[in-house]
Design a protein around this ligand. Structure first.
Ligand code: GLN
Length: 565
């Protein structure tokens, strides 16, 4: 695949040398309009014109971080290298720009208020009355400007919809921010919906007009309108929107539904989004975009040469966003192999009542993703057994690796009651031999981290990027093309190396370990077409233009298998 161009340099133009330009992205009318995707695609387009970018998400909800939010409700938790548990939109940002997100790229009202209240308790405000304006808004503005000197463009997406009560301090903060900065250093882009009324045969502009009115009532006048619609926007509606919402006609950007999110950069470019943004900043002449990498991505999506079917056996299968990055990483693996990957979500609990074979036969590969809690785990273990004995390519991620180890311990190493301490902790009973145990201390960089079981939820995990050392000659070393890797983690429990010898004697090889040799990071079975379990989350680092090696090779194995099935 094509190499993603490096965007380390910055292009300083006009009056803002040494300063970022800010694009604030807000949403109106309804939620789920694809604000995150629009922001990510805009980031990619600005990069394609040679600019450096950083994307940030400001979330109005009161949770302090998304780490403790249910994936059923909120979708997956995206983990950054520096160990922040963030919103899944940061995953989009990374996938489209290749810029690794950090702790300072995601904030919630809950975190802002926590900081303000901590400062108040410490006496930092010297007894003053603490108010939303200026204390909360100042905290938000400080957050927005972190690292502003390092990039050409800072894109800040505000979660939720204009008019939400929780969002008000954020809207007020970005309004002030626009005033604090030099004229022309900040622009506002509002995403809205143009519903199509069948009876009238028209796209309706009124909800958009109202959402812009709402935005203007809090002092923000959008420079650009991005309008989601099922159909192209006729010139008449475009002019009407421009007139009533007080934007230029060429700043009304149509965002039609797309069959793949990876078409978004090209589609937005065709609609003139990046040009409109550069125009709004007065950047002229605009550097020409180099979109070859996205052309290549689109070509791979448009012209698959085969089709593979992958079963994801998990718990949160009702909400596909719960495994967003895995689905995307599989798509990337498909692009690398020029095949279309169809994913089917299989609820693990079915296998506690029904035979596995009829449900999993016909899939070219099986994946068991990460997860928490005991529910569904016996079913997952059955899925692992099926993949192992039927020689179907298997990828186990985090809990999926733990399930693979437990399956091998039970069915190969005669440890019939092998299990995870996680399940005993949950039930309060001692039922299992803890092949997977609760991790209480580990090494991070050059210091030791210690945790107790009773620590605050959200604070007890091994989170973020850790190194691992791969065994020379192992399958994973071959796939990665190196023996030193760094991957992102999010887990409390760990495979016990006490069982290594017994399991390796039965063919489950511990082929990746933490640098101190204490924590198993990867297991694999040699005598199998493809069977790998990883304690980390490779899906978080995969990109369309740089598919993760494990997903690339997993899909390759599925493709080989599809020729046999
Ligand atoms: N629940 C398991 C643990 O905490 C696995 C976590 C995960 O899959 N992310 O170790």
């Amino acid at each position: 695949m094509m190499d993603w161009p490096k965007h380390g340099h910055t292009i300083r133009t006009g009056d803002f040398s040494g300063m970022a330009r800010f694009v604030f992205i807000t949403g109106g009318v309804v939620s789920s309009l694809g604000k995150g995707l629009a922001s990510a695609a805009l980031g990619a387009l600005l990069q394609a014109r040679g600019f450096s970018v950083r994307l940030r998400k400001l979330d109005p909800y009161l949770n302090v971080d998304p780490g403790t939010m249910s994936p059923f409700e909120h979708g997956e938790v995206f983990v950054t290298d520096d160990g922040a548990e963030t919103d899944l939109d940061l995953g989009h940002y990374e996938r489209f720009t290749g810029v690794p997100a950090t702790k300072t790229d995601s904030i919630s009202s809950g975190r802002i208020y926590t900081t303000v209240l901590e400062k108040e308790r410490r006496g930092d405000y010297l007894g003053k009355t603490i108010q939303v304006i200026p204390h909360v808004t100042n905290e938000i503005k400080d957050f927005i400007s972190i690292g502003e000197d390092d990039v050409d463009f800072m894109l800040c997406e505000i979660g939720g919809t204009v008019g939400d009560i929780e969002g008000l301090p954020f809207f007020e903060a970005i309004r002030q921010f626009g005033q604090d900065k030099k004229r022309g250093q900040c622009i506002f882009m509002q995403l809205t919906l143009l519903p199509y009324m069948k009876a009238a045969g028209e796209l309706k502009t009124k909800p958009t007009q109202h959402s812009v009115k709402e935005l203007r009532s809090i002092g923000i006048a959008p420079d650009i309108l991005v309008c989601r619609s099922e159909r192209p926007i006729p010139a008449k509606e475009r002019e009407k929107l421009a007139l009533f919402c007080n934007v230029r006609p060429d700043s009304v950007i149509a965002a039609q539904d797309l069959s793949s999110i990876y078409r978004a950069p090209l589609a937005y470019h065709r609609e003139g989004l990046d040009q409109a943004v550069l125009d709004a900043f007065g950047i002229s002449p605009a550097p020409k975009p180099d979109l070859r990498v996205w052309d290549d991505v689109a070509d791979r999506i448009n012209n698959p040469e085969g089709h593979v079917k992958v079963a994801i056996v998990g718990k949160y299968t009702q909400l596909e966003d719960a495994y967003k990055s895995i689905a995307e990483a599989l798509t990337h693996g498909g692009m690398a192999n020029r095949v279309k990957v169809s994913i089917e979500w299989v609820d693990a609990e079915i296998f506690e009542r029904e035979d596995v074979a009829p449900h999993l036969e016909g899939f070219h590969a099986i994946l068991v993703p990460g997860g928490f809690g005991e529910r569904g785990t016996e079913g997952k273990i059955k899925a692992v057994e099926f993949a192992r004995t039927q020689k179907i390519p298997y990828l186990g991620i985090c809990l999926g690796m733990q399930m693979a180890v437990i399956e091998a311990a039970r069915n190969l190493a005669d440890l019939g009651d092998a299990g995870s301490e996680e399940f005993d902790h949950e039930s309060g009973k001692r039922r299992f031999t803890p092949v997977v145990y609760h991790l209480k201390e580990w090494v991070q960089g050059n210091h030791k981290v210690e945790r107790k079981l009773g620590d605050n939820k959200g604070g007890t995990m091994r989170l973020g990027a850790y190194d691992a050392v791969l065994a020379a000659g192992s399958r994973v070393a071959e796939i990665y093309g190196t023996t030193a890797i760094e991957e992102r983690h999010r887990h409390r429990y760990e495979v016990d190396i006490k069982y290594r010898e017994a399991l390796e004697a039965k063919g489950l090889i511990f082929s990746g370990m933490s640098p101190d040799g204490r924590l198993p990071e990867i297991v694999e079975i040699k005598d199998h077409p493809w069977f790998i379990g990883v304690q980390f989350h490779p899906e978080l680092k995969s990109k369309p233009f740089a598919p993760h090696p494990l997903f690339r090779d997993f899909v390759r194995a599925a493709k080989d298998n599809s020729r046999l099935v």
